[in-house]
Design a protein around this ligand. Structure first.
Ligand code: C2E
Ligand code: MG
Ligand code: MG
Length: 614
């Protein structure tokens, strides 16, 4: 039996048992002394006292939160022994006094024997291995004793005693079942039947103690379903519930001996590994197990005649140094799991110190980013875009952040974080306002630029006030003629949202005179059919294709076909990341319209750009 609740219950009954032995036991000493036969009782009482002293030591040894699994088992054996010995001693006193008929002490012996059996049937309820042998040990001699009286009432009493034995065992067993049932409910998840969070945390704490004590190693796997909320929200909680049950079954099928699976809540499951003697083994086993689970979860599920698909992200933490505690282990697995989600989901990541640092840095960036606008740390650069003759036709506005503590942080790093926290709304508006202002200043100064491209991130694009904000800023800074120079660059992932909504928003933007460009074309969803649907004016070939032009034939073919396609749809094409003359030549041959890249110029400050033009 390996259960904290029962351990502590039986632990609490120990003093009760001791008092019930020492006080009535003393009555025997007194009575036998009165009748001049004190020796047996005194000797017996001595043993009771010694047993109780030992019992009180066993009692004190118990520390639920400090004993590791094997130690707890050993302690529980001592506790069991204490109960066995104590009840055995009550059998002994019965045998010693049952034949003392001349002093009527046999009545006392019979009564205390029955009393002891009743005590066993109540105090020892949590463990069948304790109460069944104890009750039988105490009651059987009584049954036999009455039988051997060789009187009619002896037979009746013997039968009654046997019945009482059965009643005691029966009632103890019923209470036992009830206790087990409540205990089961307290430790299990109602929906999946798996162990619940409460049980798991206790289990993990015990496991950590064991690992610590025996210098062994293990792992923790945190499994979180991807986009489960969408299923719950769109198909209803009943479908979500059945899906969770099926997922639980599939995970369970992958488990092996010694590993424990629990549902932490929602769509989060956790597995604690068994003990390993080497440091490397847990990492290997955990990764293999995680990949197997991912694979098995991917197959379709049939719920309510619908085919559903779901993936999961898994974070793994390893017990590598023994100083780890349970909470930290879970937190580390959690960090790894979130990293796995951030890496595009449906994957496994093992926590390590690098990851901890990355996460720490990310949090730091998140905190600092919040103050970046007030601290005037955000500024804009402008990267020239040229035509075939290497003449400037436009610029792309690129944001920069220079923080006092963190140094220069690139938009690839902080834009996703700003998107995540929602700061992008504020930041995006700031960028747009400054870009518009720059454009209007340049216009006044006679700096002639045909195209002024501004990146718009998805969250910003879908923000409910976005179109109104743009309209207001246009009215404030730009004449209708100038608005035609503005191009908003959005990425292909925009089509992951409701396409009708995207088209609606795009139409509103276009109504303001602003053009639209599909940035990083070819890297995301890049469904060509969307190109036809969306009212975009331009595509930007991602620099990953451009950079491979010289080395891979397939990328040359890709770039060539994107350009053909664009002509088909009447779109202009900007090639990004042009770094060499060969790339420029090839793109020119393919009839690309506009070129942008370090070959022509790096992103420049306002004044550098003005110099570049003149
Ligand atoms: P993007 O819109 O595709 O921007 C082009 C990126 O490629 C820029 O990086 C630019 O500096 C870089 N680049 C240009 N020419 C070359 C080249 O020849 N070789 C190489 N290796 N790189 C080149 P940057 O400025 O770090 O921006 C990265 C991304 O961050 C942008 O990709 C864009 O998605 C985002 N971003 C930048 N500024 C903004 C902004 O103001 N708002 C939003 N929402 N996102 C922005
Ligand atoms: Mg861009
Ligand atoms: Mg791009």
């Amino acid at each position: 039996m390996n259960n904290n609740y029962f351990h502590s219950y039986l632990h609490k009954q120990m003093p009760v048992m001791m008092i019930l032995s020492l006080v009535p036991g003393f009555a025997y000493v007194f009575l036998s002394w009165m009748h001049g036969i004190p020796l047996r009782a005194v000797g017996w009482y001595g043993v009771i006292v010694v047993t109780s002293i030992w019992g009180s030591r066993v009692y004190k040894e118990y520390r639920d939160d400090e004993l590791s699994g094997p130690r707890l088992e050993a302690w529980y054996q001592r506790l069991s022994l204490f109960y066995y010995i104590t009840f055995f001693l009550w059998l002994v006193i019965f045998v010693l006094f049952i034949f003392e008929k001349q002093y009527n002490l046999h009545y006392i012996a019979i009564f205390t024997e029955i009393g002891a059996a009743v005590v066993a049937s109540t105090l020892l309820v949590p463990d069948k291995k304790l109460f069944i042998p104890s009750i039988i040990m105490l009651m059987l001699p009584l049954v036999i004793y009455f039988l051997f009286l060789d009187e009619w009432y002896g037979y009746v009493l013997s039968a009654f005693s046997a019945t009482l034995t059965w009643v005691l065992i029966y009632s103890a067993n019923s209470s036992h079942k009830l206790l087990m049932q409540t205990n089961f409910q307290a430790n299990h998840d109602f929906l999946t039947g798996l162990k619940n969070r409460h049980y798991f945390i206790n289990y993990l704490q015990k496991l950590m103690l064991t690992l610590h004590e025996y210098k062994t190693y293990s792992f923790l796997l945190l499994i979180d379903l991807d986009h489960f909320k969408t299923i719950n929200d769109s198909l209803g909680h009943e479908v979500g519930d059945s899906l969770l049950q099926k997922v639980a079954d599939r995970i369970q099928d992958n488990l092996f001996d010694g590993a424990l699976l629990a549902r932490l809540g929602g769509d989060e499951f956790v597995i604690a590994g068994p003990e390993y003697t080497t440091k490397d083994e847990p990492a290997e086993v955990a990764e293999r197990l995680a990949n197997r689970i991912l694979l098995s979860l991917k197959d379709s599920y049939v719920v309510d005649l619908q085919h559903l698909y779901i993936s999961a992200s898994i974070g793994v933490s390893l017990v590598v140094d023994q100083a780890n505690d349970a909470n930290r282990l879970i937190k580390e697995a959690d960090i790894a799991m979130y990293e796995a989600k951030a890496n595009g989901r449906n994957g496994v990541l093992i926590f390590d110190e690098d990851m901890a640092q990355r996460v720490e840095l990310k949090l730091e960036i998140e905190r600092m980013l919040h103050f970046s606008l007030d601290m005037n740390e955000i500024y804009l650069l402008y990267q020239p875009q040229v035509n075939k003759n290497n003449h400037l036709v436009g610029v792309e506005v690129l944001v920069r952040w220079k923080n006092e503590r963190l140094g220069d942080i690139f938009p690839d790093v902080f834009i996703p974080i700003a998107e995540h926290t929602g700061f992008i709304i504020e930041l995006g508006r700031y960028i747009m306002e400054n870009a518009f202002r720059t454009l209007s200043v340049w216009e006044q100064q006679g700096v002639n630029i045909n195209q002024f491209s501004i990146n718009v991130s998805i969250r910003q694009f879908f923000y409910h006030d976005f179109v109104d904000d743009v309209r207001l800023l246009c009215e404030e800074y730009l004449s209708p003629k100038m608005r035609e120079k503005i191009v908003f660059e959005v990425t292909e992932s925009i089509v992951a949202a409701d396409v009708d909504k995207v088209i609606g928003l795009m139409e509103q933007i276009k109504a303001l005179g602003i053009r639209l460009s599909m940035d990083d074309f070819g890297t995301g969803y890049s469904s060509l059919s969307y190109l036809k649907l969306l009212p975009v004016d331009e595509i930007k070939i991602d620099r990953s294709f451009v950079s491979e032009i010289n080395s891979t034939a397939s990328d040359r073919v890709m770039v060539g076909s994107i350009l053909n396609l664009a002509r088909e749809f009447n779109l202009s094409v900007v090639a990004e990341g042009v770094e060499t003359a060969e790339q420029f030549e090839f793109l020119k041959e393919c009839n690309c319209d506009v070129f942008q890249g370090f070959y022509f110029s790096k992103p420049l400050t306002e004044s550098e750009l003005v110099d570049y033009i003149s």
